[in-house]
Design a protein around this ligand. Structure first.
Ligand code: CTP
Length: 404
């Protein structure tokens, strides 16, 4: 989404200025063109040369030094921007913009741009809580400027509290959200992700190779497109996307309970989790010891089929399942779609390289209730997530049309 986009990155004078370097690298990595504007104080923390080297573009610092190619510098930067990100944003810069003061290159350019502006404040906790600052932030929000909340923790000034710049990857995600179509605004999307762990004794469990990446990609993309997102996740080592409500579960039983408790709020339900079909009939209280016998038999009992239950409860809502198969992909997936009363099923052949469990890409087919099949090429799980959400938006539109 950021490929070939022109981002103006404003860096102001706070200790977190060094993190803007990492943010710049994330933008450059996905093919965005970045123009850095630094305030005078920012240059006390990081040199313009660092940003210049990594962005491949001259760094802009002075208001009256920028008559390039017969253009007025700050206006040309302001016009060129698809997006404006100020990270870190000090209380000073927020206060100046809120008061309409444009006395340096950065504030002038912010005032002159028509592009969306995202402020990412970082400051001492008492400054952040100061009613003067709060009022400035609220005023700017009222005019459509976007803000990210600082993170709590140990601050460079010695205080503990809210004031840290969020992780560059979180700022990157928020940037995507700013550009994404907000076609899921007003929707609540519940998505399940990851494996389940079925406990055998205090030290062992049955599980599968699911990494959770597909479900997390859906949660992230849906949140970027404006949905409220509830993520019910089995154990994974992934970081939950910003702004998503997360419920951590272990076994299929707990996933079942959590999803049933949360599903009422959702208008779109997606089951991307790899749920164990069976669990050990008995969970031993103590570690199971080996004995003289050469074999051991485990008795398993069936877990509830959560998706099939949602199929009974769904009403007019959109319900999407996944089918991980190793043979007869379309046939097996179609049967699941019908048996579980789904609107759409994402079928993937997990035996293919670059598809299925624990990789960053997927090769899927989308099977619709009306018999259509859409074959997608190999793409990243983020892209698959967005393609799936495009189709869900279309299905929602058709349902609304159908009701008219
Ligand atoms: N699913 C579920 N609860 C289960 C098993 C599966 O909600 N107990 C959901 C999965 O999240 C997925 C879909 O059902 O969206 C299909 O899962 P899959 O394991 O492919 O199919 P099963 O119905 O379990 O059938 P089988 O294992 O025989 O292929």
């Amino acid at each position: 989404m950021l490929k070939d986009k022109k981002i103006v990155l404003g860096v102001t004078g706070g200790i977190a200025a060094y993190k803007a370097v990492e943010l710049l690298r994330l933008y450059v990595k996905v093919g965005a063109e970045v123009f850095v504007v630094m305030t005078r104080s920012a240059q006390q923390f990081v040199t313009p040369l660092t940003f210049q080297t990594l962005s491949g573009n001259p760094v802009h610092t002075e208001l009256f030094d920028l008559f390039q190619e017969n253009e007025i510098g700050h206006i040309s930067l302001a016009d060129r921007a698809d997006l404006f990100v100020v990270a870190p944003a000090t209380a000073n810069v927020v206060g100046k913009v809120a008061s309409g003061i444009a006395d340096d290159l950065l504030t002038t350019t912010i005032m002159a741009t028509k592009a969306p502006v995202l402020f990412v404040p970082a400051m001492n906790v008492n400054m952040w809580e100061n009613p003067l600052y709060r009022q400035n932030e609220e005023k700017l929000k009222g005019f459509g400027y976007r803000f990210m909340e600082p993170v709590s923790g140990a601050l460079a000034c010695g205080w503990e509290g809210k004031g840290k710049l969020p992780d560059p990857s979180a700022i990157f995600e928020e940037t995507l959200a700013l550009l994404a179509p907000h076609d899921l605004a007003g929707e609540t999307l519940l998505v399940s992700a990851g494996p389940t762990r079925e406990e055998l004794d205090p030290v062992r469990y049955l599980s599968n190779y699911s990494s959770g990446k597909m479900g997390y990609a859906i949660a992230r993309a849906a949140r970027q497109r404006g949905a409220r997102v509830i993520l019910v996740t089995g154990p994974t080592c992934l970081q939950a996307p910003c702004g998503v409500e997360v419920h951590q579960v272990r076994g299929a039983g707990q996933m079942h309970q959590t999803i049933l408790a949360e599903q009422g709020a959702a208008s779109i339900l997606i089951k991307a989790a790899a749920v164990a079909d069976y669990r050990p009939a008995v969970k031993a209280d103590d570690k199971i010891k080996k004995n003289a016998a050469e074999t051991m038999t485990l008795v398993l009992e069936k877990n509830p089929d959560i998706l099939a239950e949602l199929g009974q409860l769904k009403g007019g809502r959109i319900l999407v399942g996944f089918a991980a198969e190793t043979s007869d992909l379309v046939d097996n997936a179609r049967k699941k779609l019908e048996r579980k009363n789904l609107d759409l099923i994402v079928a993937n052949d997990v035996s293919l390289p670059d598809a299925g469990f624990d990789v960053d890409t997927n090769i899927v087919r989308l099977l619709f209730k009306d018999g259509r099949v859409e074959e997608l090429p190999r793409m990243s799980k983020d892209e698959v997530a967005n393609r799936l959400l495009d189709r869900i938006v279309e299905l929602k539109g058709q349902k609304v049309e159908g009701r008219r």
